[in-house]
Design a protein around this ligand. Structure first.
Ligand code: HEM
Length: 150
């Protein structure tokens, strides 16, 4: 009999274009420790964070061009789902892979870091504990390979 893993990894969303090969998981689930999702205030807390951070991304000159003409409400919902899954919360991610969602957008390093910096401002404003913030950022960092266009 084969041992089953305690926590099955969620299915990555299907990639509709097989030429797009992800190099980092879209859903790098943090399975150690159970309180991260709670430390972010659960799904309601994540929603508040997205409501706070989207205006910051629209204000920041490095991120604004990408979000100005996008469906901001939909992105916020996808981010709530994605972060919830990453934190091993009780959600499902219904969006695209990071490779697919950001393809051809020409996101550069400066825009990536500006986005993360504004997110950290929101997390501070929402009083998310610093150690919890770091765990999320560490999970997001490897995604840059699929998001930044070289
Ligand atoms: C770790 C960093 C990032 C994460 C976790 C992330 C996550 C996501 C997610 C979950 C979506 C929704 C996918 C879907 O619609 O199916 C999305 C879409 C989007 N992201 Fe990101 N993203 C990141 C970095 C960036 C950066 C740096 C930019 C630009 C500055 C950016 C701009 C956008 C835009 C404009 C969309 C909407 C695309 C569309 O509607 O076609 N993202 N992102």
């Amino acid at each position: 009999m084969t041992a089953q893993p305690a926590l099955a990894a969620p299915e990555e969303p299907a990639v509709s274009d097989p030429s797009i090969k992800p190099s980092a998981p879209t859903l790098p689930v943090i399975t150690d420790g159970t309180t991260l999702f709670e430390q972010f205030g659960g799904r309601d807390g994540l929603t508040k964070i997205m409501d706070d951070v989207m205006p910051r991304w629209l204000q920041n000159s490095r991120t604004r061009p990408f979000f100005a003409n996008s469906d901001q409400e939909r992105i916020k919902l996808q981010l709530v789902e994605q972060f919830c899954v990453i934190m091993n919360g009780p959600c499902e991610y219904s969006g695209r892979t990071m490779a697919e969602a950001h393809r051809g957008m020409n996101v550069d390093e400066a825009a990536f870091y500006a986005l993360v910096e504004e997110l950290q401002r929101s997390l501070n404003a929402m009083k998310v504990p610093f150690a919890a913030q770091n765990r999320l950022i560490a999970a997001l960092a490897p995604m840059h390979r699929d998001i930044i266009d070289k």
